[in-house]
Design a protein around this ligand. Structure first.
Ligand SMILES: Nc1ncnc2c1ncn2[C@@H]1O[C@H](COP(=O)(O)OP(=O)(O)O)[C@@H](O)[C@H]1O
Ligand SMILES: [Mg+2]
Length: 500
């Protein structure tokens, strides 16, 4: 009688090659490995990146609880623990995949060596090239001390417990180059720097305070990067809120960071973060204090804009909320549950409005300092007791258009036509019937407003004005004078004039 099922094991080589394409990069892959060390209660984690061309190697060593022979064999299996399993509250893992997928995304040969207080050294290796050369689809996990040289085994000699991962054949990072390839070596160093910045950010709450751990990169401890400048008394925190959805709590606290004029240039530059001020605005999601998302408006219908960049909002989640918040394998994404969207929107709106009021205030200060010498696009004339509305030919943008037009006649004709055909009667009637229904300038298109601002600014510069003077003209000019916060942040971003 034939069996009622087939065994449909995936081929090891094929599946591993696919798992490589999860979308990790070097910093996110290493962060996933660090998670494991922290979950294993390590006090120290040493990451070393050795440059040797195609022989380059990365090792990650910790002094955590380690694994015995059986544990290590189990841990090396992809899907070592089901995501549905409940976990210790301090566990940073979820899918039982990280150690394998993160490593294999960067290297073709992963060796893990581990020991515990009660058991001797255990060694296991996934070697993708070996599996491919055997070619029969078997999941051959290499084992035995013989896989490592004496000096490699001695890495754990001084520790009573701990784990080392060896990443070899780093084809993503270096590929097939010789050790004197300077371009490749420079790239290698730059990636080390990206690793440092990413880990400083993701683990900042583990690197400071009571029970802090130390993360060493190439022999140097990594300093934490705190997005909320909690050590500074210049930060304006909003009241913390606690929300429970489906039995899972979320602690939310917004921070309004200080304008750069109130802190030192170094503190301001350091607070920007790896991707810069603008990118790092929005929500920061932490799972067991480990950062998953570093500045995002979470699809709540809000965009990142310069004048909101001082708003950073912290959300703390427990690891039991993984499913509810749709945490992904790479731990780089989280989606708020629908039941929380309204509250998050409210908190975000308040934080954004406070952050932008700092810029509005800066813009008003500039306006006050300058008095009023407004530049209007429209002027109002009366002739023979009648009202006319004219476009100001001295407006910098109008002047630029006229000057750069090869044949000026059509532009002049167009300006005349616009002036002569303003639908004034219609405007008057509409305004009288529904006085509150008049659209505000650029109401629906802040991006267009910025574009116009840029154009006018460059027209002023081309007109021969100094940058500082052009900036001053901009804050006084219609309609930009209605948006001091946008002007202030535009000028600051352009680095064209100090706004303090
Ligand atoms: N550095 C380490 N020290 C001790 N145990 C580890 C270490 N790294 C991994 N492990 C063990 O291997 C298992 C599998 O790790 P991983 O593939 O990252 O999945 P997850 O972290 O989701 O459980 C972990 O649950 C843990 O038991
Ligand atoms: Mg893990």
């Amino acid at each position: 009688m034939s069996a009622e099922y087939d065994i449909a094991n995936p081929g090891a080589g094929e599946l591993f090659e696919s798992l490589r394409a999860f979308g990790y990069d070097l910093p996110t892959a290493l962060a996933d490995i660090v998670d494991n060390s922290i979950s294993a209660k390590a006090r120290n984690i040493w990451i070393d990146m050795f440059w040797a061309g195609r022989e380059s190697r990365i090792t990650i060593r910790d002094d955590g609880e380690g694994m015995g022979e059986d544990e290590l064999r189990q841990a090396m299996r992809p899907g070592s623990l089901s995501p549905l399993e409940s976990r210790a509250a301090s566990d940073l893992g979820r899918f039982g995949l990280g150690m394998k997928t993160a490593s294999i995304s960067q290297c073709r040969c992963l060796t893990v060596m581990s020991k515990t207080v009660g058991s001797p050294l255990a060694v296991r290796r996934w070697d993708l090239d070996y599996i491919a050369s055997v070619g029969n689809g078997e999941w051959r996990l290499l084992k035995g001390d013989g896989l490592l040289r004496d000096e490699e085994r001695s890495l754990l000699a001084e520790q009573k417990q701990g784990t080392v991962l060896f990443w070899d054949r780093l084809d993503q990072l270096v590929g097939d180059v010789s050790s004197d390839d300077e371009v490749a070596q420079k790239h290698f160093r730059e990636r080390a720097d990206a690793v440092k910045q990413h880990l400083a950010m993701v683990f900042h709450r583990f690197l400071r305070g009571r029970g802090a751990i130390t993360l060493h990169l190439n022999g140097r401890p990594i300093e934490p990067w705190d997005p909320f400048l909690e050590d500074s008394d210049k930060v304006d925190p909003m009241a913390a809120e606690s929300h429970v959805v489906d039995g899972q709590s979320a602690e939310i606290k917004a921070f309004i960071l200080p304008h750069h004029s109130r802190i030192s240039a170094e503190v301001h530059a350091a607070a920007a973060g790896p991707k810069g001020w603008n990118a790092h605005q929005g929500f920061y999601i932490y799972r067991n204090k480990r950062l998953l998302v570093a500045g995002d408006w979470l699809g709540l219908g809000m965009q990142k804009e310069e004048h909101f960049k001082l708003a950073r909002i912290r959300i703390d989640l427990p690891n039991s909320a993984d499913l509810l918040w749709q945490i992904d394998v790479k731990k780089s994404r989280a989606r708020p549950p629908a039941a929380l969207r309204k509250d998050l929107q409210r908190i975000a709106r308040t934080a954004r409005s406070r952050a932008s009021s700092i810029y509005r205030h800066r813009g008003k200060v500039i306006q006050r300092q300058l008095g009023s010498s407004d530049v209007f696009l429209w002027s109002h004339l009366t002739k023979r007791g009648k009202n006319f509305y004219k476009i100001n030919r001295d407006h910098p943008l109008v002047r630029k258009v006229l000057e750069t037009a090869g044949d000026k006649a059509p532009v002049r004709a167009l300006l005349n036509l616009v002036e002569q055909t303003i639908p004034a009667p219609l405007i008057v009637i509409n305004n009288a019937e529904t006085p509150d229904a008049l659209g505000q300038p650029f109401e629906d298109s802040p991006a267009e407003l910025l574009k116009a601002m840029e154009e006018v600014f460059s027209a002023l510069i081309e007109d021969g004005r100094e940058k500082a003077e052009a900036a001053r003209a901009l804050v006084m000019m219609e309609p930009f004078n209605q948006f001091p916060e946008l002007v202030a942040s535009f000028l600051e971003k352009a680095g064209r004039m100090k706004t303090d």
